[in-house]
Design a protein around this ligand. Structure first.
Ligand code: NAI
Ligand code: MG
Length: 356
């Protein structure tokens, strides 16, 4: 039996409430498929920051590096400035473990009302590939002439050839692997003078290695409109860190509730562990009531299994999720219009897995 060592970081707020449901489902699917999990629990969070001034201990990254994957809840809580908690843990892990792919499915699940009129499951079903470690989100820049009328800031975006090519290549490989050979690139080469013309140039160059994959590209503004007007046209959408960030919240927003959306931070070479998390944050407004929707966390666990090479087990989880949501009497948390508790929904999904 293969046993995977999984670093479990519930983090803050509802991260602590949804994580147990994902572990419940993983244990069950592990028994079914003959997969073992050694869960290593870490309580690093904003509470750690308040006590120690840091999000994780000095050797935190070394401790995480010993695992096959990281399952994360959410990071950030009132009382600790968001940029400190984010850069102190989440972004630190993404960057130091070179998780340069952020992969998010955009899929309308059964039983969840779609905010786009007339759309049903199947109409909204595509993947967003976001560059996750460079681009617009850089620490390069600065503030000058502070406190004078000439005061200003500069924030520099970084697009390296290595970084651009590898994310584009990942998107083409994904499209091919899914049997949906079509990649859409998010650009803005009419407004950004250097970075996006370069992005377009590399998209065309990498695309030449994939003659079987159809390509198109849109400026980010009209692309956002097309997401909403005709989501059927997309298969794999690739974007820079900033564009991908925005699109990958717009996408899940189009599917009814961000609470169900998962996100994978992947180091495709497997030189470091990859990290799997729900799209949502720590939801301080509902924390403590045990009503958070655990689906995003459970779906993230399914993506983790896919990454570990256990696609059969990952697929089982997704089928169980859909089967529960299709039922008229399914336990629904308040964000889905019901009154179920977090554990009711987690339990129902675990129970919907095959009996043996
Ligand atoms: P949020 O995602 O925590 O909450 C936004 C809204 O969605 C809230 O009304 C919340 O109740 C609801 N919601 C979120 N997840 C839900 C779930 N599973 N079930 C039911 N309802 C859910 O975003 P917000 O409020 O902007 O951020 C709160 C904190 O979380 C901040 O400190 C922020 O920095 C952090 N955050 C962390 C993220 C991460 O760890 N990747 C992502 C987004 C925010
Ligand atoms: Mg975001």
């Amino acid at each position: 039996m293969t046993t995977y060592s999984i670093a479990v970081l519930p983090g803050d707020g509802i991260g602590k409430e949804v994580m147990p449901e994902a572990l419940k489902v993983l244990k069950r699917v592990g028994q079914l498929c003959g997969i073992g999990f050694a869960f290593r629990h870490f309580d690093w969070s904003c509470e750690t920051w308040l006590k120690t001034g840091r999000m994780m201990p000095d050797d935190g990254m070394a401790q995480l590096a010993q695992n096959d994957a990281i399952l994360l809840g959410a990071v950030g809580y009132p009382g600790v400035p968001d940029h400190l908690s984010l850069w102190g843990m989440l972004l630190k892990i993404r960057r130091e473990f070179d998780q340069y792919v952020n992969l998010r499915p955009v899929r309308l699940l059964p039983g969840i009302p779609c905010p786009l009129a007339g759309k049903k499951p199947g109409d909204v079903d595509f993947w967003i590939v976001r560059e996750n470690v460079e681009g617009e989100y850089s620490q390069i820049g600065g503030r000058f002439a502070e406190g004078t009328p000439a005061e200003g800031v500069a924030q520099t975006a970084i697009f390296t050839r290595l970084g651009t090519d590898r994310i584009l290549r990942y998107a083409f490989e994904l499209a091919r692997g899914l049997g949906r050979p079509h990649v859409t690139s998010a650009t803005k080469s009419n407004g950004l003078f250097h970075s996006m013309p370069y992005w377009d140039e590399r998209f065309a160059a990498i695309g030449r290695d994939y003659p079987d994959v159809r390509t198109d590209q849109y400026h980010i503004d009209i692309l956002a409109a097309r997401f909403v007007m005709s989501p059927e046209r997309f298969d794999v959408v690739v974007g820079s860190n900033l564009f991908g960030d925005i699109l990958s919240d717009l996408g899940p927003g189009m599917t009814g509730t961000i609470a169900v959306a998962p996100s994978a931070n992947i180091n495709p070479e497997k030189a470091y562990p990859s990290m799997f998390e729900p799209v949502h944050g720590s939801a301080p407004d509902i924390y403590g009531q045990a009503i958070a929707n655990p689906i995003g966390q459970i779906w993230a666990a399914a993506m983790m299994l896919d990454h570990l090479g256990e696609a059969e087990a990952g697929g089982m989880i997704l089928r169980a999720l859909s089967a529960v949501l299709e039922r008229a009497d399914a336990p629904r948390t308040p964000d889905m219009g019901g009154s179920a508790k977090t554990a009711d929904l987690g339990e129902a999904i675990a129970a919907a897995l095959p009996a043996s």
